[in-house]
Design a binder for this molecule. Structure first.
Ligand code: DAK
Length: 253
């Protein structure tokens, strides 16, 4: 249900349930979590790109799978709780989005560090139309990303947002022609993977803190990890290369 490929230090994960518009079911989730665990442990991997196909990034959680489950079964299985492993994984993740990113698909996109979307992409949290609500972080992450009013609009009306509106709202980082989505995401991933791994890791952690802690705590955390990076060979190499007017070659430590 997913395809994993490697291009140097970049891993590409493609959701592969085209007939169901890449609806996220338990089997797909299990494969995704297993792949992310493996890639997280692989020191050669510097960045992940998550994508779907031209028609859909993912049209949400699999409604056919969920429809018959009771509240007790949902709670007993901690249904979709495993997606937290994806969200907490330590490699940078770029969502390369064409077509629909709805419900759990939009939530999967928001679990990535940022998204590059095609001009024809469509976003939404239509769960309210099914008599339920987002369950993989949609209310929380969207409110933080685009603000309370816009998140309320999207979750309460269930309407779709086009790519231009998503860019303006800050839901995605870039909008590019549809055919450019994957090439640009792969190029961004190559760039990120070429940088110092400790620097990239700590930048992600520091920006992640911005959503969790007070400004004073966040600023202190940022300053402390900034100080810490001066203990890395990559800091010495990065600054020496600048002064010597040459390209830096990071060792990743
Ligand atoms: N699940 C299952 N199948 C889906 C699907 C989905 N989310 N979305 C599309 N499909 C299937 C369709 O049933 C159809 O299958 P066949 O009839 O061909 O067998 C096929 O994909 C093509 O779809 P359409 O024929 O509908 O294609 P259209 O171009 O006409 O429409 C569409 C595209 C994306 C507008 C439409 O398919 C659509 O509205 N899809 C549903 C979108 C949606 O409602 N997504 C939200 C799903 S609910 C929780 C965890 C997670 C969640 C909640 C709680 N807990 C931990 C508690 C998350 C919930 C959701 O994401």
């Amino acid at each position: 249900m997913i395809e994993v490929s490697r291009e140097g230090a970049v891993a590409l994960i493609r959701l592969n349930r085209p007939k169901q518009l890449n609806a996220l079911n338990s089997a797909l989730a299990a494969q995704m979590i297993a792949a992310v665990r493996e890639l997280d442990a692989d020191v050669e991997v510097g960045c992940l790109v998550i994508t779907g196909n031209e028609r859909a990034f993912a049209a949400g959680a699999d409604i056919a799978e969920m429809a018959g489950l009771s509240a007790q079964e949902m709670a007993a299985q901690d249904f979709f709780g495993e997606w937290e492993v994806f969200a907490r994984s330590r490699k940078p993740k770029i969502a390369a989005v064409n077509g629909y990113a709805l419900g759990g698909g939009c939530e999967l996109m928001m679990m990535c560090d940022f998204a590059i979307a095609g001009q024809g992409a469509k976003f939404g949290q239509p769960e309210v139309k099914l008599g339920v609500m987002a369950g993989i972080g949609g209310t929380q992450r969207m409110a933080r990303l685009i603000g309370r009013a816009r998140a309320m609009d999207m979750h309460l009306t269930g309407r779709m947002m086009d790519a231009a509106e998503a860019l303006q709202a800050g839901l995605v980082a870039r909008v590019v022609p549809d055919t450019e989505v994957l090439p640009q995401a792969m190029e961004a991933a190559r760039v990120i993977a070429s940088y110092s791994r400790p620097a990239v890791r700590l930048i992600r952690e520091a920006i992640g803190r911005a959503e969790e802690v007070s400004l004073a705590e966040g600023l202190l955390f940022e300053r402390r990890v900034f100080h810490g990076l001066f203990g890395t060979p990559d800091q010495q190499e990065g600054m020496a290369a600048f002064l010597e007017k040459r390209a830096a070659v990071f060792r990743g430590d």
